[in-house]
Design a binder for this molecule. Structure first.
Ligand code: SAM
Length: 483
């Protein structure tokens, strides 16, 4: 990383805010190496993974690592067993006791690459739904990949501007706005953020944040929670923005119920809100506020009166037109736990997906507003002519039926080769058909075994590019299957 000096105007701003002694502590911390941390997947981690690293006080599944390993070279990372996330962001874990303990419709509005969405999925009460949105197309695809690998069944991924989702009046019980910001909290990790920063950029970001908040506020149900966060440290984008929400939009800031040592409410606001500062905690700079929208008016669940739409075409679980369709559907029902109880649909791209019955009205409401999700629930299969191809995401789903596919364990080198898209040869005596390849029991994806050879069905955009250095590090081991 090329070193870039902290911008002078930023230093002056922080001296103004913190006083010169504390500001100096901050500047010193910003020149230290960033801590490395991961968060384990609640539904996928093993007891052994819990022993890795030092626990993070504010996030039960967060761990500090002593060094930065090659995550790309770790098949467990590709399997969605953990997410690489900087520790301060995990403060979101502390909102759990403030959430109503019933199934919630949640929205993560600015979600890519998916750190906070994956955390929310692990925090939300059972049977909740998360709509995870990203406005930048390339980033939306990365978000989609990360969420499919996380494997949670009740996720919808969208790619629209906030105002489109804002039209879903009172649809969400919880909205996370992890706003695009001037990124001062990332000055240690990302020196490019230092070069892009200016006082004008701060004002521009604040104005964009106000417009995002105005656009999305109508879709928060009365009594619902908004989490507003940034990874920056100035007042304009943080405490002042919280004040804008409470005074102009009409919300009440809530206090966290438990504060681990070292985390204190911000001293720069009359209303409760929280700052993670790099010289105070082992993590980057972050701001978070929790706001409850005033009651009055109708509470969420404006969804139940929307009309039910039948799934399209041959995928229809109920009322398929041909015998072929029914056979197809009963085959794929058996690939999921409770497959026959789920609502099945077909995406515009022809993917067959399954969503909880209770979440279907949200999908219909999105589509009624012209919002066509990139992912809805669990993508299960792709129908190609008369063939049913298991969807790559199915291998990662926590809802995959235990005996739906035979699993084949790979060595680490074999796993890396598979993840790089190379051909994998399965034992010749295995019957032809679909198999899931695993590493240390964690599922990576599908191969189609054809007898003398097998086809690698790991999706091209997910593949490890330039794996040669990894091969060299692992040695030229000839075996790729577990003995
Ligand atoms: N929540 C993410 C996570 O934890 O991985 C990080 C989100 S990042 C701080 C902010 C995101 O907002 C970026 O992905 C950016 O593309 C998106 N964004 C940019 N402009 C936006 C806008 N006008 N409305 C909504 N989101 C926007």
């Amino acid at each position: 990383m090329t070193s870039v000096a902290l911008p002078e105007a930023f230093c002056a701003q922080m001296i103004d805010l913190l006083g010169s002694d504390e500001a100096q502590e901050l500047f010193t911390a910003l020149e230290q190496p960033s801590p490395v941390s991961i968060r384990l997947n609640r539904r996928k981690h093993t007891p052994q993974m819990l022993e890795a690293g030092q626990p993070i006080a504010w996030s039960p599944l967060g761990r500090y690592l002593t060094e930065r390993p090659s995550f790309v070279g770790d098949p467990l990372w590709h399997s969605g067993a953990y997410y690489v996330q900087e520790a301060s962001s995990m403060i979101l874990s502390l909102i759990a006791p403030l959430m109503p303990q019933r199934s919630l419709n949640a929205l993560d509005l600015c979600a890519a690459p998916g750190g906070k969405s994956t955390l929310l999925l692990d925090l939300l009460p059972e049977a909740s739904l998360l709509v995870s949105n990203e406005v930048v197309r390339t980033r939306a695809h990365i978000l989609q990949e990360n969420l499919l690998k996380w494997g949670h069944p009740s996720t919808i991924v969208t790619h629209v501007m906030p105002e489109a989702l804002g039209r879903l009046t009172s649809a969400f019980d919880l909205i996370l706005v992890d706003a695009p910001c001037s990124g001062e909290g990332m000055f240690r990790k990302d020196h490019e953020a230092r070069s892009e920063w200016s006082p004008e950029a701060v004002l521009h970001c604040a104005s964009r944040q106000r417009s995002i908040l105005n656009d999305i506020w109508p879709s928060l149900a009365p009594g619902g929670l908004m989490i507003y966060s940034t990874c920056t440290m100035n007042l304009e984008e943080n405490e002042h923005m919280l004040h804008y929400i409470t005074s102009t939009l009409g919300g009440e800031a809530l206090s966290l119920l438990q504060l681990p040592e070292g985390i204190e409410p911000s001293p720069y606001s009359q209303e409760p809100c929280y700052r993670m500062m790099p010289h105070r905690v082992s993590g980057e700079g972050l701001f978070m506020a929790i706001i409850r929208k005033g009651e009055g008016g109708k509470v969420s669940d404006g969804l139940s009166n929307t009309k039910r739409r039948r799934p399209r075409g041959k995928a229809s679980a109920k009322g398929g037109r041909e015998g072929q369709a029914l056979t197809t559907m009963s085959a794929i029902h058996s690939w999921l736990q409770r497959g026959a109880d789920r609502h099945w649909g077909q995406s515009r791209e022809g993917e067959l997906f399954a969503l909880e019955e209770a979440h279907w009205p949200m999908l219909e409401r999105l589509e009624a507003e012209g919002i066509h999700p990139l992912t809805s629930g669990i993508p299960v299969a792709i129908l190609k002519g008369r063939d049913l191809i298991p969807h790559p995401a199915l291998a990662h789903s926590t809802e995959l039926a235990p005996k739906a596919f035979e699993e084949v364990e790979l060595t680490r080198l074999g796993a890396i080769r598979y993840l790089a898209g190379e051909a994998i040869t399965l034992p010749l005596d295995l019957p032809v058909g679909w198999y899931i390849v695993c590493y240390e029991g964690n599922r990576l994806g599908f191969v189609k075994h054809l007898g003398r050879r097998s086809n690698n069905h790991y999706p091209a955009p997910w593949r490890i590019r330039q794996p040669q250095p990894l091969y060299q590090r692992l040695g030229a081991m000839p075996d790729i299957l577990e003995p």
